[in-house]
Design a protein. Structure first.
Length: 221
């Protein structure tokens, strides 16, 4: 049974998170444009590939056709981004799964922002709380109003609360820096907070919020 869908964007594998967290027998892999090429070359069982593939050379495209049986190629001039097409394909094939976007950060800033804001689109709101963005430095998780307890990732040092819309009555109960029912009237990043234990609780009454657990990359000596 497929529990997780990993949707692979075009950022290089050096930006990917630790892939051993995904169990091959419970995970479907969907390639998006150049991410399809990276996925196959990394030995991942790519089930589907979508996009305009304008980032591939002709020889790379021919190679990809030989190595992935299900490819949906569209025109470069289109309303949806390649990543949006990848998420739509994932929902179509695996409507009850958890969705993880990798290869979605670290490149062009417009692509990065498009991916960050993707779950806010009305058509993706039903899966917002089942969609995450992961890379080798960050884990981004989305929330609708409610009260939550999140678990600290062992390799992450920092915790941020990102108000993607105006947010009302945000409370941070047991993080290093706490809040008590504070309103934010415009999108704002509350960065560089920290866990004080293995978990942290927060709540808010209106808006859309994301948390980011992150770490600094080790500098090469």
């Amino acid at each position: 049974m497929i529990k997780d869908v990993v949707i692979i964007g075009g950022a290089p594998p050096s930006t990917w998170p630790e892939m051993s967290q995904f169990k091959i027998e419970e995970t479907a892999f969907i390639g998006v444009d150049r991410g399809s090429l990276y996925g196959v070359k990394a030995g991942l069982p790519i089930m589907e590939a979508v996009g305009d593939f304008d980032s591939l050379s002709e020889s790379e495209w021919i190679w990809l056709e030989k190595n992935i049986s299900n490819i949906s190629r569209c025109a470069a001039e289109k309303d949806d981004t390649d990543m949006e097409l990848g998420v739509l394909k994932a929902i179509e094939k695996y409507p009850n799964a958890n969705y993880y976007l990798i290869g979605a950060t670290g490149g062009r800033l417009d692509h990065y922002l498009g991916n960050i804001w993707l779950p806010l689109q009305e058509r993706f709101l039903p899966i917002l709380e089942r969609l995450s963005i992961l890379d080798n430095q960050n884990s981004i998780v989305y929330y609708l109003p409610g009260e939550y307890e999140i678990i600290k990732e062992a390799d992450k040092d920092y915790l941020a609360y990102i108000c993607l819309t105006p947010v009302r009555k945000l409370s941070l109960f047991d993080a290093k820096y706490q809040l008590d029912q504070v309103d934010f009237l415009y999108p704002r990043s509350l960065s560089s907070n920290e866990f004080v234990g293995d978990t942290s609780r927060f709540a808010f009454e209106d808006g859309i919020l994301a948390t980011i657990q992150s770490k600094d990359l080790k500098k090469e000596s």
